[in-house]
Design a protein around this ligand. Structure first.
Ligand SMILES: C[S@@+](CC[C@H](N)C(=O)[O-])C[C@H]1O[C@@H](n2cnc3c(N)ncnc32)[C@H](O)[C@@H]1O
Length: 240
């Protein structure tokens, strides 16, 4: 199953309009506050640290470039060609490779796996806003990519973040500036039930090795100047 045209168009439209500057996109926080915090949680669980790294749903590649500073073979993969254009433009040294991929399409994940072999997967903020019918296929795609030896680190908005986001969307003054385009393009964040994530992983044949909670740091501030942080959860999974 592949994603609907509506969903793909929503992301394509979002990224076509998104500015290039780092931090202009709602979730595009500095890597030191995001993947830099996640790697120390992930690395102790890597069975094979030498495997290629895939940043799945890499968007404009901010986190991909951080990974490419640390790992020799990094691939940023995304559903949106416009997202990958941003990522390639920002990667002036060409440290990572980029790939158009619908991870919810089994044959596409299997093709990438056939090319790279087992990989370690980093996935930040992809599952929590995909459409209900795409959730299990997306996690199945992760399982196809990690194969026998790879591990996956997923960090996704918790259910509670959906409430916070809907509250921000309904403010009388409107949503914060960087959140408005997300809703305008028909992207619905924070929609996945917390209990559903381990179920998707189990159904995909993956075992959860570790998990925890962490705030997802955004690039927007409240009126008092504090950063908007959203409840999120992380999980490390792989074949048992
Ligand atoms: C909220 S953004 C997060 C981007 C990046 N991971 C980050 O943390 O900055 C979600 C990204 O996932 C991509 N995406 C959504 N569904 C996907 C799918 N089925 N396969 C590959 N990428 C997908 C979108 O195009 C978008 O760039």
């Amino acid at each position: 199953m592949s994603v609907t045209t509506r969903y793909r168009d929503a992301w394509e439209g979002f990224w076509q309009e998104a500015p290039d500057e780092q931090g202009a996109v709602f979730w595009d926080a500095e890597p030191a506050l995001t993947v830099g915090v996640h790697l120390p949680l992930f690395e102790p669980h890597l069975a094979a640290p030498g495997l290629p790294f895939v940043d799945l749903g890499c968007g404009n590649g901010t986190q991909t470039r951080f990974l490419a500073d640390r790992y020799p073979h990094v691939v940023g993969a995304d559903l949106s060609a416009a997202a990958l254009d941003h990522a390639r433009r920002a990667d002036r040294a060409g440290q990572a490779a980029y790939r158009l991929l619908d991870a919810a399409e089994k044959s596409e994940a299997e093709t990438l796996h056939a090319e790279l072999g087992d990989v370690n997967v980093y996935m930040r903020g992809v599952l929590h806003q995909c459409e209900p019918g795409d959730r299990q296929p997306l996690v199945d795609g992760v399982a196809a990519l990690v194969g026998e030896r790879g591990r996956a680190f997923l960090v996704e908005l918790a259910e509670a973040a959906g409430l916070v986001l809907r509250g921000l969307a309904q403010r009388p003054e409107g949503p914060p500036g960087k959140l408005a385009p997300v809703f305008r393009h028909g992207i619905a964040p924070g929609e996945v039930a917390d209990d559903a994530v381990p179920e998707y992983l189990r159904s995909a044949g993956l075992t959860v090795f570790a998990s925890g909670e962490l705030p997802l740091v955004t690039t927007e501030c409240l009126a008092d100047g504090s950063r908007i942080e959203l409840p999120s959860r992380w999980v490390v999974a792989g074949r048992g």
